[in-house]
Design a protein around this ligand. Structure first.
Ligand code: ZN
Ligand code: ZN
Length: 1007
């Protein structure tokens, strides 16, 4: 195996994450790292953090948006494990319900439910559903594996298994006992395609822009010749089930003269309505209060073609004007027609007045025979017929088409229809205050999703949770055919004991098998049949805190510590988890203490990802081609978790790559040098360096910065500001460590003198401490790179370390190492260094060309910081001497004239731009040395390796003369025994490399 602690093959010159990650995956698998981590934390921990998996629905392939959430879960798990907590990070799969059924219907080419039942049959359909979830399960597992998600799948729950269903029934049992579960006639949202009702939560998931008729029509007042109510609707078919008109009791209504008719409209809607209808010639004759209109009867226009309506019309409450405060007088005409069979508010209004329910529809939302001439028509297809009938009767005022936002089925995208049906409900409205109270105690991290969630909960509508489908948890209620009494069964065992006849052959808690079980009525001895419903699939996942655990585990892990799911789960899983838990426990308690809702992943242009747009990014495809670490880093770093994220795969290889590559090369730099000097982390410890007074301000500065970074990263991970945590890490690696610290110590590491060896070892001790800390801080984010570095660098040097970086402890800041004064001093010092660079740039002088002098100008305390680190300043600024001044005015005009001055606020630097021949020669030497260094690297020489010789050829006369006095220094700089300057390229088997020196060609050979 490649991945051996003492093998360095993997530490290639370039950062090649794909290969590295494959090695790490193999390593984790082979050494069973995930299992060991779980066992270790189970045995010894400083606390238990409950977790229950938000189960992905196995009806499709995972896309990048899904992985975004899974990476956040994994981050939290790895991080908390490092902090010493045990968490049952166990998988779970949502297997039943409409989403899966529709996917299978699509695969089988099923047109509608009738086709399904007749052509396919329930038994085969269930078998196909199981096959489908298995197929998608494989894809999800693969994506987890590729992304490095450590979730334990051997402990996964599957919502379709009997054991899970039995425990899910426990919630129903509790609801039944509390009188919160029952049957009712109610207006529900219904999808004509899926042929099932939808919950309120589901309705909110799919609004789309659709076209509908915009219809103005008149209802004539009874006993009046020319007086009409003017009404507007976008659903003409609901005129078939019209039973009342509603006005607002406190609003003013106008009687408007239009030609020889009188129209009644809300006063404030007269002008806009007339304008909409293009009528200029009208006049308000009188105004009345809405309340005064109450009780007026109007002529229902279709009495002749809908016999049932004629029958209903005999009742005094039918076809009258009622007052309702929900009537909106700021829209349309302020007069609303009520069809209790087709509208929720209409239905409630009719219940208050004992108006009968009239809902003449079959399961496909076709009008039934009770709808007279409309019988057999699909509801929405009746729109046109209704308009025609109104026209014939002279009641049509205007009709056109409008497009507007309208709820559609979140799965099949068909327009929903509301109609009254017999359904089963969880009457969660009765315990709404308890539910809201429970929800208010949860931590949500960000305000907008919290407000959205609480507002939704406060609506407090009952949960219509019966579904007229096949593949779902069966509603365990049996009803007597004779006396209609009902019984709820709460376990498989109880069911089999009560069954009139035991099942033959295969039996599971699903349709069709469960429907074959009949019970005997205890009241009358009649036969009881199961109510034919299955449950809303959201009930399945909402039951997971109890259903996925044993009783003992439930006690230990619930309420769980932290959940993270996409923002749409405010109406989905977060909602049902909460409702069901309050039912189960009868307490105002949420099953989760904290819930992070994250934004959706959009495509690079900010469009929603969908199969139809073709911009759906399959997770396995991306993770097959891209580095998992880069992917993880990118999605956490790019924006706040709450924001929608425009995912652009091209961005992975930009900044995220630079950051991780910088970290990777810091490791290479460290190990190559440390090994050369015989660094032993057991011996050359940080304490050893401290005791021997080997640490310098540079080291202390870096270590102080490191402590501050630990603190900030820990805090921002805790507050779920992942992007902020990653920016801190980015700043530390790229700026503090790579751009500032390493250049400050590089020169010290360069020497191989015996007497400075201890100083070098103390730099390695500092780097060791820093890199090992970074390895743990990065581990929850980029676990592959961190494991590789842990194995190949840290464990290679220290055999006493643990088997995996995942077993390491999360660092806490060492207060003793925090030194804010030192950090401030360095800020000033580094500012001066950077000003010298600007001054050089202005004068077009390369940084590696040594200069004679720099003058540091500014307040005394600022000067002090440079004095304190003067040696370092000379080196970084690359000047021979430094002088100091309080203000630019102090500088003599002679000196100033030869210098380049750069300022920032009250800090200034002047560099002497004049170079004598010696400085020029050193500059040429440095230029050439740099090219030799690059070549060394390119040809794969270790930085520590001493070369036999370096040859230079075709350098011009002037540069040769300048260079000659500096050849010895150059040999030291590039680590070679000798440097030769030749006039021309000799043949003797040397390989010459062409380089440019101030746009002239020079040739180099090294060996
Ligand atoms: Zn549908
Ligand atoms: Zn009975």
């Amino acid at each position: 195996m490649k991945f051996e602690a003492d093998s360095r093959q993997w530490l290639a010159q370039g950062y090649n994450p794909l290969e590295l990650e494959q090695n790490v995956r193999d390593f984790w698998q082979k050494s069973r790292t995930a299992e060991k981590l779980e066992q270790m934390r189970l045995k010894t921990n400083k606390g238990v953090l409950g977790y229950v998996e938000g189960p992905p629905t196995l009806n499709g392939y995972p896309h990048v948006g899904h992985v975004r959430g899974r990476v956040m879960k994994d981050l939290r798990y790895r991080w908390k494990a490092m902090q010493g907590f045990y968490s049952p990070f166990w998988a779970g799969w949502d297997c039943q319900g409409l989403p899966v059924e529709l996917e299978v219907e699509r695969e089988l080419g099923v047109k509608n439910k009738k086709d399904l039942l007749e052509r396919v049959g329930e038994e085969r359909f269930v078998a196909e559903c199981k096959k489908t979830i298995q197929k998608y399960y494989e894809a999800w597992r693969q994506a987890d594996f590729k992304a490095g998600v450590l979730i334990n799948d051997s402990k996964a729950y599957w919502t379709y298994l009997d054991a899970y269903i039995e425990r899910e029934w426990r919630y129903l049992n509790r609801a039944w006992d509390q009188g919160l579960l029952g049957e009712g006639y109610y207006v529900v949202a219904y999808c004509p395609h899926c042929q099932t009702s939808l919950s309120n939560a589901e309705v909110g998931m799919g609004y789309e822009e659709v076209e509908d008729p915009s219809l103005y029509f008149k209802f004539k007042l009874e006993k009046e010749k020319t007086a009409y109510f003017l009404v507007w609707t976008t659903m003409p078919f609901t005129l078939v089930t019209d039973l009342m008109l509603a006005v607002h009791p406190e609003a003013e209504y106008a009687k408007v003269k239009v030609k020889d008719e009188t129209w009644i409209i809300a006063r404030q809607r007269v002008a806009p309505t007339m304008q909409e209808l293009g009528l200029e010639d009208y006049e308000i004759a009188e105004t009345v209060l809405g309340a005064e209109l109450e009780g007026l009867r109007y002529e229902y226009p279709f009495l002749d073609v809908v016999p049932k309506q004629k029958e209903l019309d005999r009742q005094s409450t039918v076809h009258t004007v009622v007052c309702e405060s929900f009537v909106d007088v700021t829209a349309a005409t302020g007069v609303v027609h009520l069809a209790p069979g087709n509208g929720e508010e209409d239905f409630i209004a009719s219940q208050k007045r004992s108006v009968p329910v009239y809902a003449p529809f079959d399961d496909e939302v076709n009008f039934s025979k009770d709808a007279g001439m409309f019988a057999g028509l699909f509801a929405r297809d009746a729109d046109g017929v209704v308009v025609e009938e109104l026209r014939k009767r002279g009641l049509l005022v205007s009709v056109k088409r409008i497009s507007h936002e309208y709820p559609t089925c979140w799965r099949s995208h068909h327009k929903l229809v509301w109609f009254a049906r017999r359904e089963y409900y969880l009457w969660t409205n009765k315990i709404n205050s308890r539910i809201v109270e429970a929800a208010e105690q949860v931590q949500y991290y960000f305000e907008p999703p919290k407000n959205r969630f609480l507002a939704f909960l406060r609506e407090g509508k009952p949960w219509c949770f019966s579904r007229e489908r096949v593949w779902g948890t069966p509603l365990p209620i049996w009803k007597c055919r004779k006396c209609e009494s009902k019984v709820l069964v709460s376990s498989r065992k109880e069911l089999l004991e009560k069954a009139l006849e035991p099942p033959e052959g295969h039996f599971e808690l699903h349709k069709p098998w469960i429907d074959r079980i009949k019970l005997k009525c205890e009241k009358c001895g009649g036969v009881m049949h199961r109510e034919p419903f299955v449950l809303d699939t959201w009930h399945n996942s909402g039951a997971s805190p109890y259903a996925r655990f044993t009783d003992e585990e439930f006690e230990r892990y619930v309420p769980v510590d932290f959940l993270v799911e996409a923002i749409d789960q405010t109406r989905g899983w977060a909602n049902t988890l909460l409702l069901e838990h309050v039912i189960l426990t009868e307490k105002a308690e949420s099953p989760f203490k904290a819930f992070l809702f994250y934004g959706h992943a959009l495509d690079e242009k900010g469009r929603k990802m969908s199969k139809s747009l073709g911009n759906f990014i399959d997770a396995n495809e991306v993770l097959g081609k891209c580095s998992a670490d880069l992917f993880r880093f990118y999605i956490l770093w790019k924006c706040s978790p709450i924001d929608s994220m425009n995912f652009d795969v091209k961005e992975l290889n930009k900044r995220p790559y630079q950051i991780l590559s910088t970290l990777y090369h810091l490791y290479r730099f460290f190990i190559q040098n440390a090994e050369y000097d015989g660094f032993d982390p057991q011996k050359h410890t940080f304490d050893w360096a401290k005791e021997n007074s080997l640490l310098r301000q540079t080291d202390r500065w870096l270590l102080s910065k490191l402590q501050a970074t630990i603190k900030l990263v820990t805090e921002t991970l805790e507050s779920c500001e992942f992007n902020v945590a990653l920016s801190e890490l980015e700043l530390f690696v790229v700026d503090f460590l790579s751009r500032q610290y390493v250049p400050m110590v590089r020169h010290e590491l360069w020497s191989d003198e015996e007497e400075t060896q201890n100083r070098r070892l103390s730099i390695y001790a500092t780097l060791w401490q820093t890199l090992k800390t970074l390895d743990t801080l990065f581990n929850p984010i980029t676990p592959f790179l961190c494991e590789a570095m842990y194995q190949q660098v840290h464990r290679a040097l220290d055999k006493t370390l643990l088997d995996s970086v995942n077993f390491e402890e999360w660092p806490s800041p060492d207060e003793e190492l925090l030194d804010s004064q030192l950090e401030q001093d360095f800020d000033t010092f580094l500012k001066y260094v950077s000003l010298t660079y600007s001054a050089r740039q202005t004068a077009k002088l390369k940084r590696r060309w040594p200069l004679k002098k720099a003058i540091v100008i500014g307040p005394k305390n600022a000067q002090e910081t440079v004095k304190m680190l003067e040696g370092l300043f000379l080196e970084l600024a690359n000047v021979k001497t430094v002088e100091y001044a309080d203000s630019p005015a102090e500088i003599s005009s002679e000196t100033g004239g030869k210098g380049s001055l750069v300022s920032e606020n009250d800090l200034h630097v002047l560099v002497d731009v004049q170079r004598d021949r010696s400085l020029q020669g050193e500059g040429v030497m440095r230029d050439l040395a740099r090219r030799v260094q690059a070549l060394r690297k390119e040809l794969g020489f270790m930085p520590t390796e001493i070369l036999e010789a370096v040859d230079l050829a075709e350098l011009d006369d002037e540069n040769t003369k300048l260079l000659k006095p500096h050849l010895k220094a150059m040999a030291e700089l590039v680590r070679t025994k000798d440097v030769h300057v030749q006039e021309s390229r000799s043949k003797a088997g040397k390989k010459w490399y062409e380089v440019n020196l101030d746009s002239k060609k020079v040739y180099i050979a090294i060996h």
